[in-house]
Design a protein around this ligand. Structure first.
Ligand code: NI
Length: 138
């Protein structure tokens, strides 16, 4: 583990009060851990924006009866097989499927895949959870 370095920062009083109130509601026991998490979130955001190696999960809900949709979903996934680590498929009901893709690789390739999947007709809802490989986060 990296050594911890103590730093002092100056903040407007009301900003600090609002921050303390929020992290209290979220269950943080001290400011340091909340600030570390904020910094990590910002670094992950930048890794994605700069096209670095990232990780994430993409969830989609779709109607498998939709004409040609399943074959297009599969085709796109095979075209991007290098960034798909694993997939999970759940049959939600007679019509609807939920699929989760675990993704890892260059952010631009992952974004190209998720953009293409999201835009398919018959895909009802998607979420992309952007996270990190952890390599650049202490
Ligand atoms: Ni299904």
């Amino acid at each position: 583990m990296d050594p911890l370095i103590r730093v002092g920062i100056a903040l407007p009083q009301r900003l600090l009060e609002a921050f303390d109130a929020q992290i209290g509601r979220q269950g943080y026991s001290n400011r340091s851990e909340a600030i570390r998490d904020l910094l990590r979130a910002r670094l992950v955001e930048q890794e994605w924006a700069q096209g670095g190696d990232v990780a994430g999960t993409f969830t989609l809900v779709y109607d498998h009866h939709r004409r040609d949709l399943v074959s297009r979903l599969l085709e796109l996934q095979h075209d991007h097989e290098k960034v798909i680590v694993s997939t999970l498929h759940v049959h939600l009901d007679h019509d609807n499927c939920l699929e989760v893709l675990i993704l890892r690789g260059p952010a631009r390739q992952i974004t190209a895949l998720t953009d293409a999947l999201r835009a398919l007709r018959g895909v009802k809802h998607t979420t992309l959870a952007m996270t990190s490989t952890g390599a650049h986060l202490a």
